[in-house]
Design a binder for this molecule. Structure first.
Ligand code: FEO
Length: 167
């Protein structure tokens, strides 16, 4: 059984995951405007993944008998100075998500809510992947400097190697 605090926090997280999707859609649009289509596709794919994170949590709250209440999604910034700026902000954003997931886990532990604890483990593991991925993209972007086409080539190759679609 979910505590009221847990339901409230899970609902906040659902909204935050939708915000992540919204943010990555905005970044994808910005890349499109710079004619960086590989990055546009990469961020569009990632936005869809964030939507999946939100819907998985919605399914859990419903299954666990809680009430789903979606919050307002804030508008993300639409101004970026460079791909490096985007990558830096993305990694910062993902670190913030990790902190939020850890807070959710702490609440589950406080409540001795073992079902939610077990469910959240997937998100804990996912955040390790997310931070590693964006950390790597940030490093690649730094190395590429002004050679943005080379950066796109590397990202495309990296995605193909891992079997990750960039579209
Ligand atoms: Fe749903 Fe990128 O964290």
């Amino acid at each position: 059984m979910l505590s009221n605090e847990m339901i409230e926090k899970l609902n906040e997280q659902i909204t935050h995951e939708f915000y992540s999707s919204y943010l990555y859609r905005q970044m994808a649009a910005w890349f499109a405007e710079q004619n960086l289509t590989v990055l546009q596709e990469y961020f569009t794919t990632h936005a869809a993944e964030e939507e999946m994170h939100a819907t998985k949590l919605i399914d859990y709250v419903l299954k666990a008998g809680g009430h789903v209440k979606l919050g307002a999604i804030a508008a993300p910034s639409d101004t970026f100075s460079s791909p490096l700026d985007v990558m830096t902000k993305t990694l910062e954003h993902e670190r913030g998500v990790t902190r939020k997931i850890h807070e959710l886990m702490a609440q589950a532990e406080k409540d001795r809510d073992y079902s939610t604890r077990s469910y959240l483990q997937w998100y804990i593991d996912e955040q390790v992947e997310e931070e590693a991925t964006f950390g790597e993209l940030l490093a690649l972007t730094r190395m590429a400097g002004d050679h943005l086409l080379l950066l796109e080539e590397r990202i495309e190759k990296r995605a193909a190697k891992r079997g990750v679609a960039t579209e």
